[in-house]
Design a binder for this molecule. Structure first.
Ligand code: AMP
Length: 279
């Protein structure tokens, strides 16, 4: 695997690939990689001739008081994981190279962004679409791979890609969990051993709600099942619990079998955890 740090080095490689007619798969990340990220690399390798991974902790998607400066970083470990997974290029740009004065600031789709995570993190999704568009301009991928772990983000990126007419196919990949159900996340590193034991309660609450819906309970009852589980955990503060239409993330008046997604965000101590489950 080749690690490149500048746009000039990256562009030289991209030109070679394009000249040879090779398809490019792209996996944007913020690093501190785990098996969830690696599953995206594996999907890219299956579907594309060349796999490019970026690691960039994007300052524009962190609000004031959020964890930008302490976001976990371990480039050596990330490089080892990506080499083993068979990525071709690791792009690790500086903020100066990504955010030149000419870079376009994009706005996330208002309807998709003004719910769920967008309410607790104003401006977050604008930062996400801005950096993803910038990276698409540089990497020029045929396909880009994103995790369903960030369900709302995936929808917003799909929308941005269409709106901006990027010739990039967005591939959503399944959420990867720890054996006890906790969604893998770089931020799990923040959890104390006690919090780590508590954290799978999110998945338990989601599965209880999904099972309730699938066995004929209505939205109100299913929501109450999940709330009971979460509210019985005093260490947890609920940010939101939403039952939405999978297609466009609008609110539901009744359960749509195989068309519903349950999104949840909580604070466990000062760590914000998100999870979701299709139902
Ligand atoms: P991040 O480094 O957190 O910005 O994530 C980079 C990409 O990896 C995003 O597309 C995430 O949705 C995806 N990702 C993160 N965690 C997981 C997970 N547990 N399962 C699947 N994809 C994930």
């Amino acid at each position: 695997m080749l690690t490149v740090r500048t746009i000039a080095e990256l562009s030289a490689q991209i030109q070679k690939y394009k000249f040879s007619g090779l398809t490019i798969g792209f996996v944007p990340t913020m690093g501190y990689l785990h098996a969830g990220h690696i599953s995206l690399v594996q999907a890219a390798k299956k579907q594309c001739a060349v796999t490019i991974v970026s690691i960039f902790v994007n300052p524009k998607q962190f609000g004031p008081g959020e964890d930008f400066s302490r976001y976990p970083r371990d480039l050596e470990h990330d490089t080892a994981l990506l080499t083993k997974a068979g990525a071709d290029i690791l792009f690790v740009p500086s903020a100066e190279e990504i955010y030149t004065p000419a870079v376009r600031e994009l706005k996330a789709d208002t309807q998709l962004a003004n719910i769920a995570c967008g309410l607790a993190r104003p401006g977050h999704f604008d930062g996400v679409v801005t950096v993803v568009a910038r990276l698409f301009d540089l990497v020029q991928p045929d396909k880009a791979f994103f995790g369903q772990k960030d369900y709302q983000q995936l929808k917003i990126i799909q929308k941005m890609t269409e709106a901006e007419n990027y010739p990039v196919e967005i591939i959503g990949c399944p959420l990867v969990r720890e054996p006890d159900g906790l969604a893998m996340s770089s931020r799990n590193k923040y959890l104390t051993p006690k919090q780590r034991q508590i954290a799978p309660v999110l998945y338990r609450a989601l599965t209880a709600a999904a099972k309730a819906l699938q066995s004929g309970k209505n939205l109100t009852d299913a929501r109450q099942f999940a709330l009971n589980i979460l509210e019985n955990t005093p260490e947890i503060k609920i940010d939101y619990l939403e039952f939405l239409d999978r297609k466009n993330l609008t609110g539901l008046t009744e359960y749509i079998p195989n068309g519903t997604v349950i999104l949840v965000a909580v604070y466990l101590g000062s760590t914000r955890l998100i999870d979701n489950l299709e139902a």
